[in-house]
Design a protein around this ligand. Sequence first.
Ligand code: IMP
Ligand code: MG
Length: 334
Amino acid sequence: MPCIVTVGGFFGDEGKGKIVAYLAKKDNLSIAARGGVGPNAGHTFVHQGKTYKVRMLPSAVLNKPTRLLVGAGVLVNPQILLNEIELFDSINRTFIDSQCGIIEKSHLEMDSSEDHLKSKIGTTGSGTGPANADRSYRTLKLAKHLPILDNYIRNVSDLVNSDLDSNQNVLIEGTQGTFLSLYHGSYPYVTSKDVTASAICSDVGIGPKRVNEVIVVFKAYVTRVGEGPLQQEINSKEAEKRGWLEYGSVTGRKRRVSPFDLTLAKKAVRLNSATQIALTKLDVAFPNCAGIKEFSKLSDNSKKFIQDIESETGLEVTLIGTGAEIDDIIDRRR
Ligand code: IMP
Ligand code: MG
């Protein structure tokens, strides 16, 4: 399928990074383009025992033939971007749009000192909210205004649309999660933009008719960092007992936890017009599934869990994560 969009179905941290890292190689992607807010997201994947994290580049970085793009709607922290380009040796295949907004020191300071943002909302402190406020006010600097970014500047919308014109495989990577959307999430405990599939497409400059598949990514349980409602939240002692306790990849904060939420999942499917579901960390919820790569070998209780999700949402769970490594996955796509 030439154009896939991946999007988070809950509150971020669903394991999108691993899914994108897997698809990059498996589908021989020509382009992975990142949409979403900016470096407030940390996407993690594990390859041969080593853990990698990206906050600016798409999670396809390990697949050398894939060009790595950052769409115009995304905010760039130049230092983080340049560090990642160096770390992943991707100077010749990373391109950012000339109209990406730039996060400056003042945005970072405001995001981590202002009481409303830091304490009431519990932001990641990465400067994205204040930068998007300046963008709305039309005073924000853009990537094209910074000489240090010159070599990487392109028209990302043109690059993506041309590859789609020639039938190459393109993946548009969403960040955060559906219920952190400024429009559709639990306002005011949300991020500073819409982050549903439509917004992610707009971020990189493609229209809705370009998309072939929307993969909504759910984790086998729900986590949330920062403030805001979380139905059926369990305490951290119980979360630890179940093996569901996690820490934020950007902030190191303890994540709040609840069991899988079918009501939210159904809403997320609609808001994103999802066509498939990727389910991650099945092995964390059902340890007897660790490392399994064929659906038929899963335990009966985990199969039932998956079948319930399928019957409630009306979609197939096509990708199932069964371990930390990129290829610990069951791929049931046709
Ligand atoms: P901000 O996006 O840093 O302004 O933070 C607003 C809210 O979104 C806070 O609750 C953050 O914890 C949450 N948030 C933002 N980005 C992510 C993400 O990538 N994963 C999980 N939570 C996020
Ligand atoms: Mg994350």
